[in-house]
Design a protein around this ligand. Structure first.
Ligand SMILES: [Zn+2]
Length: 310
């Protein structure tokens, strides 16, 4: 039997909210309840979006929830070497090509949008004989995009079940390295998942659409595919997903209000099919947790739920 390795992968781009707490608890319960390990990774590669001090805050949030992890935490920003090596490998295999387009040029040329993402129309595929030629002609450095073949991928999710995705139609050739040299999120995720030996990825359903891109990168790099579990997300009374930028129901705020973390854990447990008392520690919910008992619908966290935490 292979070892089970789950992961917590917060991004320190703002305060974590109740939706993150639920996903992290589910990931932790799913791995730990089956004797698995849990590793921690800080997804801080996007320097423009990382907030100073947010990593410390995230660590405090995880500890407040009663979650622990095995081995040293990995900060993506401090482990770029393997990402650069992966880019070099993709270049060598001819899986990626240089793209000189600015964000504005792409937005103008591609009105087709999926989930707020603009589809890249393949403008630079075969456009120049070499990256140096393009740089000379346009006077700017290129990023790199994975050349995606058209067609539907049939994939499997441990929670959602089978699903299909057509990356070429949905987002087109996608970036693995930006024009400023920054490495793309999708690349970092697959390389670091492999480096940390992650065998399962449990996260919010809002990330389901990025799975196919990650699957493709894993194929190109010869990396194993972890099992995915895309779980329902937490929404407000109006059905909108909680969002960092709106400052929704943050754990910092709950801590400041002196809410007992065990009350929040109990709410998550009960909304996840665990028969739990009003207050329960993360570890105490392990025994009653089963992923297949988690309801398939999104969970509402509104004024009533907030007040009930005390
Ligand atoms: Zn381009």
């Amino acid at each position: 039997m292979t070892e089970i390795v789950g992961r917590l992968a917060p991004s320190p781009t703002g305060a974590l909210h109740v939706g993150h707490a639920r996903s992290f608890l589910l990931a932790w319960w799913h791995a730990r309840s089956r004797g698995g390990r849990v590793v921690l990774r800080i997804e801080d590669l996007d320097r423009e979006r990382v907030k100073p001090g947010a990593t410390d805050l995230v660590l405090r949030d995880l500890e407040w929830l009663g979650l622990d992890w095995d081995g040293p935490m990995l900060r993506q920003s401090e482990d770029e070497e393997p990402l650069r090596a992966a880019v070099a490998e993709l270049l060598e295999r001819g899986s990626v090509y240089p793209c000189f387009c600015t964000r504005r040029e792409i937005a103008l040329s591609a009105p087709h949008v999926t989930d707020g993402e603009v589809r890249y129309p393949g403008t630079c595929r075969g456009r120049f004989a070499s990256a140096a030629d393009g740089e000379r002609e346009l006077g700017r450095a290129p990023g790199l995009r994975l050349a995606v073949e058209p067609g539907e991928l049939a994939l499997e999710d441990g929670f959602v079940g089978p699903f299909t995705s057509d990356v070429e139609r949905e987002v087109g050739d996608f970036q693995v390295q930006r024009r400023d040299g920054a490495l793309a999120y999708q690349l970092a995720v697959v390389v670091h998942d492999a480096r940390q030996g992650v065998t399962e990825v449990l996260r919010g359903r809002d990330l389901l659409s990025s799975s196919a891109r990650q699957w493709l990168l894993q194929e190109h790099l010869g990396l194993p595919h972890p099992t995915w579990y895309h779980v329902p997300v937490v929404v407000d009374e109006g059905g909108a997903r909680l969002a960092k930028r709106r400052g929704d129901a943050t754990l910092v705020e709950l801590r400041e209000r002196r809410v007992d973390p065990r009350a929040l854990v109990a709410w998550v447990a009960r909304s996840s099919g665990v028969n739990a008392p009003d207050r329960i520690g993360a570890r105490d919910a392990l025994e009653g947790f089963r992923l297949d008992a988690v309801p398939k619908e999104d969970v509402v966290f509104g004024a009533r739920e907030r007040a009930a935490l005390g």
